[in-house]
Design a binder for this molecule. Structure first.
Ligand code: BG6
Length: 480
């Protein structure tokens, strides 16, 4: 007998801007993702002011899901997916973000996509925004640092909740809402909230002020969604990378505990409906002026989420003796303060540690802390794939990675008693990498013929992991 519930949502996850393409088709306006160039490891993606001639923007065509979704959905159905997680490209619905009326052609695209999924008994799991805010809202209003943008987001949410209320049950508000806690790397504030820190500003103050606005936007959207359809399940979505102490030195244990607030701050507010004391103390201690208004407290309290969705790819470790404290130059982008390598773990070619047990650990910690259902909405292995002469693609490392993580999630459910709604591994079909913009960092079980420069036929083919995952789903996780 399967150790997982029989309605467990086995699925696959993507984001509109990373696979749709059609960046200016059907009335779509430019989003924050459309002005990000291609990058690589050690070469950050450039955020240009507008679309500049002679630069390559990989999200513009991506894998052309916009035109090929029927073929792709047929493949998902063949794999046996029960759920498909994607986002609604905000600028298909409101091209600039501040229009009075939505763009019907954009709304129709998602009607057609959801119908196609439902025809195959695949449940859509929808993120309202996954790094796709309208570029106009950043240029004109400064992104979410401006409270007016809350209303534009809430209007967008209301329109799509109403339109798809009979087609979509599972929603999430902001993808990886907590990425912006790393304000040392400009990509995160930009993609999360359309904000760039100006010279002379206190970046932490900007981040928390913006975070407050985004938390209000999320809470308002949840409240409206529940009014529109009380059966909606609306979740938060965070990136969850656990932070371990490098050893049992109590100083490191406490350091890791404190560092974990980078991961807990957003869900603490979204699940509990109020600011945790450690954050209020931090604002006070550091003299941060976070602009809050009367009534905000009620908005947060009235918009708590039904479940917690999260991504899990890797774990981090910290050491008080690392020489990489918060204020030291040695602390580089993409690393948290005091981060060190964990000698017990290997890593992918992109330096992401491989830690399946960490997933069980995280499931337990989140369940104990929040007591709301959890949903693993991203997990996966980004790697280079080789197409053999006969067209086959062998990806044993990916299968191993996924197998290891599924084994651990089963223990969390079956042994530890964690309530888990489902598992939608990331990039079920190859797509544009978020952090580097590359195509060669592939996660898919379906291969797409496309390279980092935009060459290729865009043809789809199955990797070995395709048949493997199909069997996993068919046996509800019994045959790994
Ligand atoms: C998450 C994002 O951070 O990780 C996805 O929600 C992203 O958008 C995924 O693609 C993997 O990251 P990357 O940089 O390897 O594409």
């Amino acid at each position: 007998m399967s150790k997982l519930p029989k309605d467990f949502l086995w699925g696959g996850a993507v984001a509109a801007h990373q696979l749709e393409g059609g960046w200016n088709a059907g009335g779509k306006g430019p989003s924050v993702a459309d002005i990000m160039t291609v990058g690589a490891i050690g070469q950050p993606r450039e955020i240009t002011e507008t679309v500049e001639a002679g630069k390559y923007y990989p999200n513009h065509e991506a894998i052309d899901f916009y035109h090929r979704y029927k073929e792709d959905v047929a493949l998902f159905a063949e794999m046996g997916l029960k759920a498909f997680r994607t986002s609604i490209n905000w600028t298909r619905i409101f091209p600039k973000g501040d229009e009075a009326e939505p763009n019907e052609e954009g709304l129709q695209f998602y009607d057609d996509l959801f119908d196609e999924l439902l025809k195959h008994d695949i449940e859509p799991v929808i993120t309202l925004t996954h790094f796709e805010m309208p570029l106009h809202l950043t240029h004109e209003y400064g992104g979410f640092r401006n409270r007016k943008v809350i209303d534009f987001f809430v209007k967008f949410a209301e329109v799509v909740f109403n339109r798809y209320k009979d087609k979509v049950k599972y929603w999430m508000t902001f993808n990886e809402i907590n990425n912006m806690m790393d304000y040392t790397n400009p990509i995160f504030l930009w993609t999360n909230v359309g904000v760039q820190v100006k010279e002379g500003e206190n970046p932490k103050e900007v981040m928390y002020t913006t975070a407050h606005n985004v938390l209000l936007a999320s809470a308002k959207a949840v409240a409206i969604g529940k009014e529109i359809n009380p059966d909606f399940e609306i979740g938060a979505m965070v990136s969850h990378i656990p932070i371990y102490p490098i050893n049992s030195d109590p100083k490191n244990v406490m350091l890791a505990e404190e560092s974990m607030r980078l991961r807990y701050f957003f869900p603490d507010v979204q699940v509990n409906g109020y600011y945790p004391n450690y954050a209020l103390k931090e604002f006070e201690r550091e003299g941060l002026n976070i602009q809050m208004k009367d009534g905000d407290v009620d908005i947060l309290a009235n918009g708590t989420v039904d479940y917690l969705g999260f991504s899990y790819y890797m774990s981090n470790a910290v050491d008080i003796n690392s020489g990489q404290g918060e204020d030291e130059e040695a602390n580089v982008h993409g690393k948290i303060p005091y981060q060190v390598d964990n000698p017990y773990l290997s890593a992918s070619d992109w330096g992401w540690t491989i830690d399946p047990i960490g997933l069980r650990y995280v499931l337990n910690r989140l369940w104990d802390r929040y007591q709301v259902p959890l949903f693993i909405v991203e997990n996966g292995f980004g790697a280079v794939d080789t197409v053999e002469e006969d067209g086959s693609i062998h990806d044993p490392e990916r299968i191993n990675y996924l197998k290891g993580h599924i084994e651990e999630l089963i223990k969390a459910v079956d042994y530890d008693g964690v309530e888990l709604m489902g598992y939608t591994p990331w990039g079920i079909i190859d797509l544009v990498s978020f952090t580097t913009g590359e195509m060669k960092k592939r996660y898919g079980m379906i291969y797409v013929d496309r390279d980092n420069e935009g060459n290729g036929t865009l043809d789809r083919s199955k990797k070995d992991s395709f048949e493997w995952y199909k069997k996993v789903i068919a046996t509800n996780g019994e045959d790994l």
